[in-house]
Write a protein that binds this ligand. Structure first.
Ligand code: TRH
Length: 378
């Protein structure tokens, strides 16, 4: 008899940007590919999703993509049977009729709220705790995280091996970059820049333009391009544009598919990333990085930034720790990038080693998809 697959329903409302769909799409694919689950991904707005997965047809109600059944989550909800595991991503509110069908099941489903990633220490105490109930169906908190006792981070089974092989193969990197129209500037350090609008950018670009070492800055299309254009003094920066000022060459890249974005991070010597998913992917790239955290009301995001820094800087020398913290704080406050960048350069070999050891250490944790499956089995 064929083995019955566990059925999962993942619900995602796209608040803004790409992180909500970025995380749920990644998780859905991994549950299918590595845990043989049958996954439906319910998304209320397919436009952001199309950027990550260009094969997607945004006009179709239901479609299969990489083994995942992608379903448009319409306001006019059509009755459907509830799955064995139900994930409400980032506290989104499930349709009332769907909750009713959860309650009607003979065996209640496992119902989870998959939360945003944070390094704050209260996460460990709250991960896995019961939350609200709908009738007799209990909901649980599921927190991704960096420490034992959390739900871990999304990491595909072969990711670190593929990354190592790619980073050990300069020819493969060169060919992949050429496919994007990038000819690496001789002797230049390669940097990728994915960030929100940032008034601190100009200072950073100034210092790189005036540096003795050349820099080749790759900027995928997105929110930071306006600041880049202002600094360059140009009206437009279409995909493919290449502009040089002093030692700095700026090149605009297309927004690439989600799996290709990893390769960009793996090629670069330094990655500026943002939000949640690119932030995690840059850690798996094992290269020095800076994080532009998603701004929240009352500056609560700054606590999250400090919580991560407290964990991430463990093991650095006191001077390198100060330099790294200085860089991340300058980037997130939008000022002081020139001196912070210069200070970080003083500790570059140590920051490189540290990025590798942090990646190795995090790679020992159970990944988030496996942790979810374990939680269900338990
Ligand atoms: O887009 P984001 O800013 O998303 C944010 C955060 O998730 C934040 O926590 C959340 O509250 C807010 O959205 C609503 O950053 P993030 O999380 O890095 O998501 C970007 C996704 O885009 C990620 O999956 C990587 C992907 N990406 C590509 O696929 N191709 C690209 O060229 C680039 C630059 C990114």
């Amino acid at each position: 008899m064929p083995e019955l697959k566990t059925r999962w329903d993942i619900f995602c409302t796209v608040v803004d940007n790409y992180g909500d769909i970025g995380v749920t799409w990644r998780l859905a694919r991994q549950l299918v590919a590595e845990h043989s689950c049958a996954v439906r991904l319910w998304v209320d707005d397919l436009r952001a999703f199309e950027r990550l997965c260009p094969e997607l047809d945004i006009n179709v109600g239901q479609q299969w993509q990489q083994g995942v059944q992608v379903c448009q989550w319409l306001a006019d909800w059509q009755p459907t049977e509830a799955a064995d595991v139900v994930i409400a991503a980032f506290a989104c509110q499930l349709p009332g009729a769907y909750m009713e069908s959860m309650a009607l099941r003979d065996t209640p489903p496992l119902w989870l709220n998959l939360d945003y990633l944070s390094a704050e220490d209260w996460i460990v105490g709250c991960h896995g705790l019961p939350s609200v109930k709908y009738k007799h169906v209990q909901k649980y908190f599921f927190f991704p995280g960096f420490e034992a006792g959390t739900g871990g981070l999304l990491r595909e089974r072969d990711l670190l091996l593929r990354r190592e092989q790619f980073q050990a193969n300069p020819q493969a990197q060169r060919e992949w970059l050429q496919g994007l129209g990038v000819e690496r500037v001789e002797g230049a350090r390669l940097i990728s820049l994915f960030a929100y609008e940032n008034p601190g950018l100009g200072e950073w670009l100034d210092v790189m333009a005036g540096d003795a070492q050349a820099t080749h800055l790759l900027v995928p299309e997105g929110r930071i391009l306006g600041d880049v254009a202002r600094w360059l003094g140009v009206d437009e920066l279409p995909v493919g544009a290449v502009q040089t000022r002093g030692a700095l060459t700026v090149q605009v890249l297309p927004f690439v598919r989600q799996d290709q974005y990893d390769l960009l991070l793996w090629c670069c010597d330094f990655n500026a990333v943002r939000g949640e998913d690119s932030f995690v992917r840059a850690q798996w790239a094992a290269r020095p990085m800076v994080w532009h955290i998603y701004q929240q009301e009352d500056d609560v995001h700054l606590d999250k930034l400090e919580a991560f820094l407290a964990l991430y800087t463990q093991g650095l020398s006191p001077a390198a720790k100060v330099a790294l913290e200085g860089l991340w704080r300058a980037w997130n406050s939008g000022s002081g990038m020139a001196s912070a960048w210069i200070a970080a350069q003083q500790h570059w070999p140590q920051l490189q080693d540290h990025a590798r050891s942090w990646c190795l250490e995090q790679g020992l944790q159970t990944d988030l998809a496996s942790a979810l499956v374990q939680f269900y089995l338990n």
